[in-house]
Write a protein that binds this ligand. Sequence first.
Ligand SMILES: [Zn+2]
Length: 415
Amino acid sequence: MRRILGFAAFIAIASPALLAPLAAQDATTVIHTSKLLDGKGATMTNADIVVVNGKITRVGPAAAVPKGAREIDLRGKTVLPGLIDVHSHLTWYFNRQGRYHQGGRNPNDSDTPIESILAAAANAYATLMAGFTTIQSPGSSEDADLRDWIATQGLPGPRILTSLVALQGGSPDTLRALVQRRKAAGADLIKVFASASIRDGGKQSMTDEQLLAVCGEAKAQGLRTIVHAHSAESVRATVNAGCGQIEHGIFVTQSELDLMAQKNVYFDPQCSLVFHNYLDNRAKYEGIGNYNAEGFAAMERAIPLAADDIRKAIATKGLKITYGTDAVAGAHGRNGEDLICRVKDAGESPMHAIVSATSVSAESLRLGDKIGTIAVGMEADIIATDGDLMADITAVRRVSFVMKGGKVFRNDGKN
Ligand SMILES: [Zn+2]
C-alpha cells in the first residue's frame, strides 16, 4: 500500500516509527484481520477493526474502507489486545560492567541517574516491542518520570502504573501517613511487603495491625493495594486486612486460594520467568544482598511449586488470576514467557491465559473500560503474533505488530 493517502498518513509512513507523530492518530485506520481474540474469550474471523483518534470505533465484518483511511493488513496473524504485565520492574537492569543495578538501592553501583534512566527507557522499549502495552510497577521513585515521559513526551514504552517506593514497615500511624504521601507524589497504587522474599523464606514481616492500617488508608484514599506475600499466613493476614491483590503467594494452600476467591482479591502468581531469569543470570546478581547460594537454591525449589500453585489457582472457582511476571533485570522484553509456562507447565488453556493477561489484568488495574479488550470505545491497544497463538502459545515470542493508543510502534509486515 503506497498510494497517496493525505498528509497525516504520509507522515505516518515517512517518519521513523519511534518518532511516530501525533498526526498518526488523526487519520482513520482500518485493520484487516483473519483471526482476532477480543480479550474476553471470544474469537472473531475475518473482522475489521476501525480506529479513529486512538480509539476503536468499529469491530466487525469487513466493510467498505472509508476514503483516505490508512489500511493495515494483519491477515494470517493472531490479533489480540495489547498484553498487560501487572508486575514489572522497569528500573532494574544490568550495568555495563555486567552487574545488576537496582534502582538507587545498590550502593556498590556507580551508575549515574542518567545512565539508570536510559537503561529504564531501553527496558520500556523492549517491553512494548514484546507486545506489552501496559505494565504495573511495584515500584520505584524513578517510575513517575518514566510514566509521564511515555504518556506525554513521546518516549516509546508501555503505559505505566506505579506504586512509587513500596512500603515495608513502620507504626500504623506512620504507614497511614506514608500512604497519603505516596498519593500526593502521584502513585497510582500502593505496594506493600507483607512477607520476606522467597530467598529469605517468605515469612510474614508485617503485623495484622500494620496491614490493616495500610490497606484501610489506601482504600480511604481511593488507591488499590498490591501486597507481596509468600507464606500462607502472610497471604491470609493480607486478605483479611482488606488488601486488593496478592503478589507471588508461592506457599499458598487451597484454603488461601478459596479465601482470595471469596473476598474478591486478585491473585498474581508467577510461573517461571522470574526464577529462570535469576538462575540464568546468576553471575550478574550473585553477591548482592540476598542473592547468595541459599537464595538461588530457594529460587530453584520454587519453580515446581509455582506451576503447581497456578494449576490449583486455575481450578479454584471464582478466583481472578492476573498476569504478572515480576520482570527484573534480564527479563524485560521476555514478559510473554510466563504465558508459555502457564500453558505448558501449569495446564492453563491458551485462551484462559490470554484473557488473564488482557481483560482480567485490565480489570485488576481498574482500567477494564479502557484497555484489555478489542471492542468499540476502547483504547486501540492492538498487537499481533505471527502464527496461531491458540494452537502454539510460543507464538507470543513472535509479536510482529504493536499499536498503542492508535499509534503503530512495530509493524514487521509489509503494509
Ligand atoms: Zn517484584
